[in-house]
Design a protein around this ligand. Structure first.
Ligand SMILES: [Zn+2]
Length: 286
């Protein structure tokens, strides 16, 4: 006889027997306001070799967030939605700017972004890349995000209300001999990136599991939401595809890398680094 799998809430671990959350990934007001419900939810991800893969599945309207208990859904997640609502409206409609947010608004937005990215990830059929510890931490710790988790954003004039990408493809700037098979394995298994758009707002949640590497960011395009400050490497390039939502989302995703920290890491300012070109990235339908 086939054994029935007992499901647990992805955030708190409680058993889901007898209760099933019927909540949507995005609340009704958001779907209605920006027409998200009609958006096709794409199982979009980067392969390990950096190839872009996508496969159309459901509309967001019919996509429910399974795997979440009603206590989480009606408790901390609902509080977080309410807290983030006015911030999201301003950013997604371009009446406020990411650079104008207060520290507490940045944190609310960052925590909301993580919660939403994790739910999107859990609702997809992609191999698990977000650690169970991160799901717990985002529920339990209301004062910070797990160490190594970053949230960046950018605003643009959207050409579609919703897009998203997930994967563990990073470019790494390090000496070849330091990129051991173990490090490559950790990179593949743990270092995630989940990028999604809500109208004019793009958010990218990422995780760098290495203490000896720092994120490499695209100056003026990866706007830091959380942490607000910290040592990073920057590169400058002026070919951000801001006129197309899908490509802008891919550019933010693919344009983020890691670089080995060195002795000068404490005084990083304007470090030049050329990221791999994203202009020739093509989208392959599965
Ligand atoms: Zn729960």
């Amino acid at each position: 006889m086939k054994k029935m799998k007992i499901r647990q809430c992805i955030f708190c671990g409680s058993y889901l027997t007898g209760q099933k959350s019927r909540e949507h990934i995005f609340p009704a007001w958001m779907q209605k306001r920006w027409g998200l419900g009609d958006s096709g939810i794409l199982q979009t991800h980067f392969s390990e070799t950096g190839e872009v893969l996508s496969d159309r599945l459901h509309s967001l309207r019919s996509h429910l967030c399974g795997g979440v208990c009603s206590l989480c859904n009606n408790g901390w997640m609902s509080i977080l939605e309410t807290e983030a609502q006015s911030i999201l409206i301003g950013l997604a409609e371009g009446t406020s700017s990411l650079s104008e947010l207060s520290s507490s608004q940045c944190f609310s937005l960052a925590r909301w972004a993580c919660k939403t990215a994790f739910v999107l990830h859990a609702a997809s059929n992609y191999r698990p890349i977000v650690s169970a510890k991160h799901f717990r931490a985002i529920r339990d710790d209301t004062s910070q995000l797990p160490l190594g988790v970053y949230v960046h954003g950018r605003q643009h004039e959207s050409t579609q209300p919703f897009a998203w990408w997930q994967g563990s493809a990073w470019f790494v700037d390090a000496e070849e001999d330091t990129l051991t098979p173990e490090i490559k394995e950790v990179l593949k298994a743990e270092a995630y990136k989940i990028c999604f758009t809500i109208k004019d707002l793009i958010l990218i949640v990422s995780y760098n599991p290495f203490t000896n590497m720092l994120p490499v960011l695209w100056k003026w395009n990866h706007i830091s939401v959380f942490p607000e400050r910290g040592p990073v490497f920057w590169y400058e390039r002026d070919d951000f595809p801001k006129e197309d939502t899908q490509r802008a989302c891919i550019a933010l995703f693919a344009g983020m890398g890691l670089k080995q920290r060195d002795d000068q890491a404490s005084q990083l300012q304007g470090t030049q680094k050329t990221a791999p070109p994203i202009s020739d990235v093509s989208i392959k339908k599965l």
